[in-house]
Design a protein around this ligand. Structure first.
Ligand code: 13P
Length: 257
């Protein structure tokens, strides 16, 4: 973290978990546990159908609500899809784009990720752009090339003044839901590389101000060490974000000096 130059953001990604009633219950429990003063922004990204319940439940808690996906067209004959304007109108602030599960199971590509980033920014949302390598790619030694490609394609055509609203999340696929966390050194190495990539594209000032999160089995026991890395400005948390107690422990880890 480096709070002098950029925001620390702790975001939960609920994936396909929790009903609207469970969302309300989670928020009530979270409210009793959240620290009064927070030095980080807290975000909860929930399934699309739970967004109205989440907006209502997290109101007055200084917890922002995020979506887990968005479609890039503004409106039209796209059965089952949700537009950025629809999310914005509900009061959504963040939207996860290009999560590896969407790339793996739903045909998301670097091209669609870029279109979605543009659509989200156009609507006034804050995209959380996910990048990350598979175990095979890491073992082949092509992690950095792949990350550079993902970052550059996601940000293609994004003007500097809009980049301030973007968050990049480094999520090594082999660490997601596996209990296998990247070591702080591995995570820091890639997050620093992402900042360098942004610096080459947009210059030092903007690179310094962008929030870069780590995601992949982040939990109370490893959060402090990961967040102590200067280029890791928060977390995108799956499993541990489903339990209010564990989520708050991670928020507290980000709250330290
Ligand atoms: P886990 O924290 O469950 O590994 O999930 C990480 C993730 O995919 C967040 O987007």
């Amino acid at each position: 973290m480096n709070r002098r130059y950029r925001k620390t953001i702790i975001a939960g990604n609920w994936k396909m978990n929790k009903t609207a009633s469970e969302t309300k219950k989670f928020a009530e429990e979270l409210k009793t546990l959240l620290p009064k003063a927070k030095w980080c922004d807290v975000v909860v990204c929930v399934p699309a159908v739970n967004i109205p319940a989440a907006i209502k439940a997290f109101k007055d808690m200084r917890v922002s609500v995020g979506a887990e996906n968005v479609f890039y067209e503004k409106s039209g004959a796209y059965t089952g899809e949700v537009s950025a304007d629809m999310l914005k109108d509900l009061g959504v602030k963040y939207v996860i784009i290009g999560h590896s599960e969407r790339r793996q199971y739903f045909g998301e590509t670097d091209v669609t990720v870029n279109k979605k980033v543009h659509a989200a920014l156009e609507a006034g949302l804050h995209p959380i752009i996910c990048v990350g390598e598979s175990l095979e790619q890491r073992e082949l030694g092509i992690t950095m090339e792949l990350i550079a490609l993902q970052v550059k394609s996601a940000l293609a055509g994004v003007p500097a003044e809009k980049l301030r609203r973007c968050v990049i999340a480094y999520e090594p696929i082999w660490a997601i839901g596996t209990g296998k966390t990247a070591t702080a050194e591995q995570a820091a190495e890639v997050c620093t590389f992402i900042r360098t990539t942004v610096r080459h594209l947009y210059g030092a000032r903007i690179a310094r101000s962008i929030t870069i999160q780590y995601g992949g089995s982040m939990k109370p026991s490893n959060a402090a060490e990961l967040l102590a890395q200067p280029d890791i400005d928060g977390g995108l948390i799956g499993g541990a974000a489903l339990k209010p107690g564990e989520f708050v422990d991670i928020i507290n880890a980000a709250n330290q000096e």
